[in-house]
Write a protein that binds this ligand. Sequence first.
Ligand SMILES: Nc1ncnc2c1ncn2[C@@H]1O[C@H](COP(=O)(O)OP(=O)(O)OP(=O)(O)O)[C@@H](O)[C@H]1O
Length: 246
Amino acid sequence: MNAIEIKQLRKEYKDRVAVDDLTFNIKEGEFFALLGFNGAGKTTTIKMLTGLLKPTSGDALVFGKSIITDMNSIKEYINISPQETAIAPNLTVFENLVFIAEIYGFKKEIAKTKANLLLEQFKLTDRKNDKSKKLSGGLKRRLSIAMSLITNPKIIFLDEPTLGLDVRSRRELWHILNELKGNVTVILTTHYLDEVEALSDSIAIIDKGNLKAIGSLDELKKQSGLEKLEDIFLTLIESEEVLWRH
Ligand SMILES: Nc1ncnc2c1ncn2[C@@H]1O[C@H](COP(=O)(O)OP(=O)(O)OP(=O)(O)O)[C@@H](O)[C@H]1O
């Protein structure tokens, strides 16, 4: 089943076309990477899919519901983990999770149970009672993603989740993200190609608002005859060629 079906989705800003009639599908439960240079249109696409921006034309169906006519019901089962985190620095790690759960309407006891489960899942239990401002950048990022999962969303959008993290923190986060696989559809934007190789089930390469390739890493390798994602990425962006999933 498709979690998202993007149909001729377009966004124009004055005289600039940021997203140029994009059409592709994202399957339920997959870890989907959106790849492109700065200005390719990734953020604009994600903003449209999450209701932050209105498309100029086209549509996308999220679990069958239109982003144009049904965004309110879509918002119930998606969440975003933005780069700028929503963490309250003076609350503890646990309090942040409970607080966000309560904002979403869960009763205190359920909020606490959910918070404890996420602490385990994100390996934050030993920092449970620390003020969040004391956490390292890597742990803050983990808490932020944990917070975005508190409502059990069916889809989460991760925008550059490992930006600025050191090698070890990135690897730890990859490990945790890998464990989410299958339970939630994850849509990732990143500039780190090794991250895409390590985590993604499917990859879409976007350039100037256009889809240049879509498929698993293996499919992209086969279709391009190239071995490394970096080579596939750079070659495609420079050529007129387009690679499609069959
Ligand atoms: N509010 C805006 N007004 C005008 N043009 C915009 C606006 N937001 C984005 N753009 C333009 O739309 C295009 C796509 O931008 P977008 O931010 O979606 O790219 P991106 O792939 O997310 O880039 P990055 O990797 O840098 O985050 C760019 O040319 C950008 O300059």
